[in-house]
Write a protein that binds this ligand. Structure first.
Ligand code: SMG
Ligand code: MG
Length: 369
């Protein structure tokens, strides 16, 4: 397959409410949306970069320039035998994995459409529904947090993740656990703690958590291995696992019990599937994370989460948890059993609302072969 054109758009799509983590607060999606044409087919993808380089090193401006100056021109020069050829074609460009993923997802969508298959089917998905939960940002006080959690539970979500930071960790976890003794509950620190906080973090063991996600540095594996020995709660890595090699190192060092897999963080679906397979072979569970994607990235995530070793609920909530209006005509809705239905149509299945996408586009750029 030769890609004939690549169109990029910078967007701003406001969230229903700001999302706050241990290190930043964002008001909306600053993703880059990708549209490609090949063999008379149109494919769509998303690089779910943020406004600022606070989750990883990338942001909307950096991804915009790396895509235009390097990745899009490289992709137009390759004859693709399969979507697996994209990642090696980008190997000379270090890092910048979300920018790479935006293009790689789109190529998977094109191949799936050309073969008349769904993306989930092409990836080897085995489920028709995926279990999901909600990631709840840091709130102004405990009563507000309990009201927000109660709201999501009443919508039918059966697993809650709390964002934590020093001063907003033990008490929020305790308050939610006391209110809902049976709730599937987990926490995510986004790299705010250090190894010397081990005794403090061990207090979270009292709350029967599914997991504690990424307490230590974004690029650490070594200290997490030591921290894990002092925690009873399962330890999960997110930011630290950016490639199959990182996954292999973490497994070998016994640095965690569980991986959060986000194909955007990993540079694409190919390497995300490799990590899924490595974890499965090592007897380690994985679950699907989220980057508050628009309906396009969300459809990609749902397809990947249909693979067999995704055995814990994903941070892949229904579109209406994020946006008053999304840029797709077929948003996911939550099933009563806290699942989303895996699309069975062509490609990832998101039907882009191009008129609304135009409305929220800040800048457009196109490259033709
Ligand atoms: O997509 O529902 C979602 C958000 C899930 O908490 C979530 N993601 O570290 O796992 C994580 C965070 C990163 C969000 S960055 C804006
Ligand atoms: Mg995380």
């Amino acid at each position: 397959m030769r890609i004939e054109s690549i169109e990029l758009r910078k967007i701003f799509l406001p969230y229903l409410s700001p999302f706050e983590t241990s290190g930043w607060r964002e008001q909306g999606s600053h993703a880059i949306i990708v549209r490609m044409q090949a063999d008379g087919i149109v494919g769509w993808g998303e690089a779910p970069v943020g406004e600022n380089p606070f989750y990883n090193e990338e942001n909307q401006k950096s991804a915009w320039s790396i895509l235009q100056d390097y990745l899009a021109p490289l992709l137009l020069r390759v004859d693709l035998a399969s979507p697996w050829d994209v990642t090696p074609a980008f190997a000379r460009v270090r890092g910048n994995r979300m920018a790479k993923a935006g293009l790689e997802f789109t190529v998977w969508d094109l191949f799936a459409r050309r073969e008349g298959r769904s993306l989930a089917n092409l990836l080897g998905g085995t489920r028709d529904r995926v279990e999901v939960g909600v990631s709840v940002g840091i709130q102004k006080d405990l009563p507000t947090l309990l009201a927000v959690v109660a709201g999501y539970l009443s919508e039918g979500y059966s697993r809650i993740k709390l964002k934590i930071k020093p001063g907003w960790d033990i008490e929020p976890a305790r308050a939610v656990r006391e209110s809902w003794p049976e709730l599937r509950l987990q926490v995510d620190a986004n790299s705010i703690y250090r190894l010397q906080d081990a005794a403090h973090l061990a207090q979270l063991d009292a709350f029967n958590l599914l997991l504690i996600e990424q307490p230590l540095a974004h690029d650490d594996i070594f200290d997490h291995a030591e921290l894990k020995r002092s925690l009873k709660s399962p330890l999960c890595l997110d930011e630290s696992i950016v490639s199959p090699d990182h996954a292999r190192w973490a497994i070998s060092l016994q640095a965690c019990d569980i991986f959060n897999i986000k194909p955007s963080r990993i540079g694409g679906l190919g390497d995300a599937k490799r990590i899924h397979d490595l974890a499965q072979a090592a007897g380690m569970a994985v679950w699907h994370g989220g980057m508050l994607e628009t309906g396009i990235g969300r459809a990609v995530n749902v397809a990947l989460a249909s693979l067999p070793n995704f055995t814990l609920p994903g941070d892949i909530s229904a579109n209406d948890r994020y946006f008053a209006r999304d840029i797709v005509q077929n948003p996911f809705t939550l099933n009563p059993d806290s699942t989303l239905t895996v699309p069975t149509g062509l490609g990832h299945g998101a039907l882009v609302d191009e008129a609304y996408l135009d409305d929220i586009t800040l800048e457009r750029w196109e490259l033709r072969a």
